[in-house]
Design a protein around this ligand. Structure first.
Ligand SMILES: Cc1ncc(COP(=O)(O)O)c(C=O)c1O
Length: 355
């Protein structure tokens, strides 16, 4: 995680100011992040999960409603739907982008469907053109889970401006962070923006009057101030991630036994993660660990298989999701990794696979 002297000074400035919540930094981060996404409004929140819950509540999603979500994602895509009282309905994914398949979404629509939540997984956007058409034709709301996709684009549009609402996470592992917990919502809809601003602050229209459901989902000033400094670097970091991912891809060209990430012609991948797929995933992960190369698995257990969820969905089978969960492996990638380090990782992966 990137921390520099400017960030340290910013934190001290906020401490010295004595203004810790509901201040200028929060407001400015909302404006600046919305500008980065080319969105009209930004609403800061205490986490990406909180942002997704606010989106559900702002769209009046609740009891009796169904929301179509992928299962191949972090559980926080789904739990806000459930907390709002709605039923998640799981769509399978595309094997190239790892994002929800539009034909699956169409298949799952019922009279109860109220919204679709595509996830721009690993930083690659979901196929938003067809998903938008499906949403429009069926009068459904669209909430982008962009928690992993700061800086990604689909069909010439920044993620965060495509659906009715988009949600971002500033968790420390993300493309930008607030060095703690934090999130952001973007929307072009003024009414929804105002509603979520109120809902994240107890539904208050003024200090003493709550006119809407609400809770405390505010982002604190220290985190907002850190986020503002990080945001200045974000465009360069996304470029560096893309350059490093391209280097991996170049070195892996022609390698047998693995699938490497692909960027669709209509997409700009933000490369939150560089994820390969291989039948020998567990052996490869073990081998790389022995060589001191840290890897991750996103995700080992799809959401519909989580013990907490499984009881309600024992019959759900998602072929591609389950296939990928057994085979994906995230290789080291951040803006700072050197070409030498990437070369070393690729050599070791190839060595293992040819052994
Ligand atoms: C796809 C996805 N959705 C939602 C979240 C939730 O974000 P947060 O951890 O900030 O609550 C995350 C991040 O962890 C995520 O990766």
């Amino acid at each position: 995680m990137y921390i520099d002297d400017e960030i340290k000074k910013t934190v001290l400035d906020v401490i010295d100011s004595g203004w810790y919540v509901k201040g200028e930094n929060g407001k400015l981060l909302e404006e600046e992040f919305a500008r980065f996404c080319h969105a009209k409004y930004g609403i800061s929140a205490s986490s990406g999960t909180a942002a997704l819950f606010l989106a559900m509540k702002a769209l009046d999603i609740g009891n009796g409603d169904e929301v179509i979500v992928p299962s191949f994602t972090f559980i926080a895509t789904v739990s806000p739907v459930m907390l709002a009282g709605a039923t998640p309905v799981f769509a399978d994914i595309d094997l190239k982008t790892y994002t929800m398949r539009p034909d699956e979404v169409e298949r799952l629509i019922t009279k109860k469907t109220k919204a679709i939540v595509p996830v721009h997984l690993y930083g690659h956007p979901a196929e938003m053109k067809t998903i938008m058409d499906i949403a429009r034709d069926n009068d459904l709301k669209l909430v982008e889970d962009a928690c992993q996709a700061h800086g990604a684009m689909a069909f010439g549009h920044m993620v965060g401006t495509i659906g009715d609402i988009a949600c971002f996470s500033y968790f420390p592992s993300k493309n930008m962070t607030v060095a703690g917990e934090g999130g952001m919502i973007t929307t072009n809809n003024e009414e929804l923006a105002q509603k979520m601003q109120m809902m994240k602050d107890h539904g208050r229209k003024d200090r003493h009057t709550s006119t809407l459901f609400g809770f405390n989902f505010r982002l604190s000033e220290i985190h907002a101030a850190i986020g503002r400094v990080q945001l200045k670097h974000l465009p360069d970091w996304v470029d560096a991630r893309r350059k490093n991912a391209a280097h991996y891809t170049e070195l892996f060209k022609g390698a047998d036994g693995i699938e490497i990430p692909e960027e669709m012609g209509w997409a700009k991948h933000a490369y939150h993660l560089y994820v390969i797929r291989t039948d020998k995933r567990d052996g490869l992960a073990k081998y790389l660990k022995e060589k001191n190369i840290a890897t991750g698995i996103h995700y080992y257990m799809p959401v519909h298989k989580q013990p907490y969820i499984l009881d309600n969905y024992p019959e759900v089978k998602l072929k591609n999701t389950e296939f990928c969960a057994e085979r994906v492996l995230s290789l080291p990638l951040d803006p700072q990794i050197s070409f030498e380090e990437i070369g070393h990782v690729v050599d070791e992966v190839k060595k293992f696979l040819s052994g």
